[in-house]
Design a binder for this molecule. Structure first.
Ligand SMILES: [Zn+2]
Length: 387
């Protein structure tokens, strides 16, 4: 039963914000008048029975393993459909970093990701004055789909880094569970420049500057602010091309490394285009999507109604690369059986607190200016930051 409740309350995006903050515009399909037509004779339908699943969803199988696989390190598959062999953990305390939300046990990655985070934290502190990294989710010990949150982060090459600077003391385990990352936005469309400082701009530039970084995802308003302010921190603009706008990354950013060279079975995304991504229509398009999303959110009833939460698609082990089965069972691990309860640790991880503040809402005055009282329809977006 607990599994059933959990699966109904799953959310599917990078850090699991309220679904109401994520919609994108409806395409505005108009109803079409039905044409009179000859009814075809009813076909005799032979209903094929779907074979009953023999295993739980892959997110439950991977979400209930708390140790890495004793195999050679390898990112297997793609960022949103894969797993991690030979994952290693980022120590929870380093000279310039601290890992947050320890209950999630998601501080696992490829050796390349761990090296990157150690290097970034040391460089950002020494060269940009960033006090240290608060590190959010990397991957599970064997990667794979997660019980809550991310669609990606499956192969040990993705990491979430808070935009809140590290405090000057070692956080207690409780503080790491309870502390909430601060949003960089003053409203759904605009960065608060008193919070998102030049030091933040330098920090993101630093994070993007390493050749192994394929992409960095930030909220579109942060991307806009980076474009506007890049000149204040240096002449180079090439790094901006790797920084991609995406929903919800307003209190953290997401680093995605490219597949390490010669890693068999690791599937890269198409590389980003060479330009900064600051010109053209892209940011304008994002701005109008954000507007529609913010209007839709502001127009939702304050009391939540009885809408069913979105259900996560049941990806099965057979949908992942074949080697992921080896990853899951290596070291004598018995994968979770179909009828088994999820282990307590997995339930605790799934119940951990949202990492950041919600996106600010539009004020009534802003709402009036934007729509003058009209309503707006929405569809939910694809939440995998793939572009
Ligand atoms: Zn992420």
């Amino acid at each position: 039963m607990r599994r059933l409740i959990l699966s109904l309350t799953l959310v599917v995006f990078c850090t699991g914000l309220a679904t109401a903050q994520m919609p994108i515009p409806n395409s505005g399909t108009k109803p079409v008048a039905a044409k009179p037509s000859k009814k075809p004779a009813p076909k005799k339908s032979v209903k094929k029975k779907k074979p009953a699943p023999k295993q739980p969803p892959a997110r439950e199988m991977f979400g209930s393993v708390d140790t890495p696989s004793p195999l050679e390190a390898r990112a297997i598959g793609s960022y949103s459909k894969g797993c991690l062999a030979g994952g290693i953990s980022l120590p929870i305390n380093g000279p310039d970093w601290q890992v947050m939300r320890l209950s999630r046990n998601r501080n696992w990655g490829s050796p390349q990701l761990i090296d990157y985070l150690e290097r970034l934290s040391s460089d950002a502190r020494a060269l940009d004055g960033w006090p240290g990294l608060l590190v959010g989710d990397l991957s599970q010990p064997r990667g794979g789909p997660m019980l809550t949150g991310h669609t990606s982060h499956q192969v040990g090459l993705d990491a979430d880094i808070w935009l809140t600077p590290m405090p000057d003391h070692t956080l207690s385990p409780e503080e790491r569970e309870e502390m909430i990352a601060v949003t960089m936005l003053k409203d759904p469309l605009t960065v608060d420049t008193t919070v998102f400082t030049d030091m933040h701009v330098k920090f993101i530039r630093r994070a993007a500057s390493y050749p192994q970084v394929a992409r960095i995802f930030v909220h579109p308003a942060i991307k806009k602010s980076l474009c506007d302010r890049a000149a204040l921190v240096g002449k180079d603009r090439a790094w901006l091309g790797k920084v991609r706008p995406w929903w919800n990354h307003h209190y953290h950013f997401h680093v995605r490394l490219a597949c390490p060279p010669d890693m068999a079975g690791c599937k890269n995304q198409k590389p980003v285009k060479g330009d900064s991504g600051c010109g053209g229509k892209e940011l304008d398009n994002w701005n109008s999507m954000l507007k529609r999303s913010a209007i839709w959110t502001a127009q939702q009833p304050i009391e939540p109604d009885n809408k069913k939460p979105r259900k996560k698609k049941n990806v099965r082990l057979r949908d992942l690369p074949a080697d992921c089965k080896t990853v899951l069972t290596s070291g004598g691990h018995e994968p979770l059986a179909l009828d088994a309860e999820l282990p307590e640790a997995a339930l605790l991880a799934a119940a951990s607190k949202e990492a950041g503040q919600p996106i600010p809402l539009l004020s009534q005055a802003q709402l009036q200016t934007l729509v003058g009282g009209g309503r707006i329809g929405m569809l939910m977006p694809d939440r995998n930051p793939a572009r």
